[in-house]
Design a binder for this molecule. Structure first.
Ligand SMILES: Nc1ncnc2c1ncn2[C@@H]1O[C@H](COP(=O)(O)OP(=O)(O)OP(=O)(O)O)[C@@H](O)[C@H]1O
Length: 261
């Protein structure tokens, strides 16, 4: 059987002087998808940084943190095995550069600026394939800065997919998207799940969790507050406890709707 993609036990993670994750335990199987929710400051980004190797858990005290079964890993290897999509990456591209180069440059670990880079025909096919999967191949020759926010977000996902990663990690992917673009994005994530792609989705909005994603983990004050099938986890009572306001949860066709209640 494959080693779990991610396994952490009894871990503490410090961000500066703040204990961001405490007594933190979580396991994600290879190929498994899940959504992570929690209030501001709950530790979601810190958890993502653990997944991508950007921060490390405190050693000792019986704690353990393994990625792909290993306690030690190289960031270079992780970058190929885990595709990460962070909306703030958009700001790293020259707006005048071709959108397709945003995807190609990912193969060299760069953000655009492909002028002096060499790419093989196979690289170009891989980039085109990733853009086609995201429905943006026809925009490859447009300037990156001329794209809508939703189109740019699709290019970011194509950038991550070009490495054929084992898992795609998305940090609040609908940030700053309008209503229609964020609905389209959720549909796109549903499609990726249906194609067998493993996703780890960090979001503030339960309504963005695609129907094909069943596991939900709630974080609160640096700890796992709940973990399980979404219909058991996203309940009126639990949402009220977590966000300290009355909320009503409804389900429709596998999508979650949360209203004041
Ligand atoms: N670089 C840092 N230095 C000091 N403290 C930090 C740093 N980054 C995060 N923290 C603190 O760690 C805690 C967890 O932060 P984190 O960003 O992981 O939460 P989050 O759930 O992603 O929040 P949000 O929903 O607001 O993005 C917070 O108390 C935060 O202030």
């Amino acid at each position: 059987m494959d080693a779990p993609f991610f396994e952490i036990r009894n871990a503490r993670v410090w961000r500066g002087e703040t204990l961001a994750l405490d007594d933190f335990s979580l396991s994600i199987c290879a190929g498994e998808s899940l959504a992570i929710l929690g209030p501001n400051g709950a530790g979601k980004s810190t958890f993502l940084k653990l997944l991508t190797g950007e921060v490390r858990a405190e050693s000792g005290r019986g704690s353990e943190c393994r990625l792909f079964g290993e306690e030690l890993w190289s960031l270079e290897e992780l970058r190929h095995r885990i595709g990460v999509v962070m909306p703030e990456e958009v700001a790293r591209f020259d707006p005048e550069e071709l959108a397709g180069d945003a995807v190609l440059s990912s193969l060299r670990g760069a953000y655009g600026r492909t002028k002096w880079m060499r790419f093989s025909p196979a690289d170009r096919v891989a980039a085109m394939d990733a853009m086609e999967r995201m429905g943006v191949a026809n925009l490859a020759k447009r300037e990156f800065g001329s794209l809508s926010s939703g189109e740019r977000r699709r290019f970011l996902i194509a950038r991550a997919l070009v490495h054929q990663p084992e898992v795609l990690v998305l940090d609040e992917p609908s940030t700053a998207l309008d209503f229609a673009a964020s609905l389209q994005l959720s549909g796109l994530l549903q499609q990726l799940l249906e194609d067998g792609r493993a996703l780890v989705l960090v979001t503030h909005h339960p309504g963005e969790i695609p129907p094909a994603m069943n596991r939900v983990v709630l974080l609160d004050h640096g700890k796992v507050a709940a973990d399980g099938p979404k219909k058991k986890i996203l309940t009126n009572e639990r949402m009220k406890e977590l966000y300290q306001v009355g909320l009503k949860v409804r389900w429709s066709g596998g999508w979650c709707e949360v209203r004041p209640g």
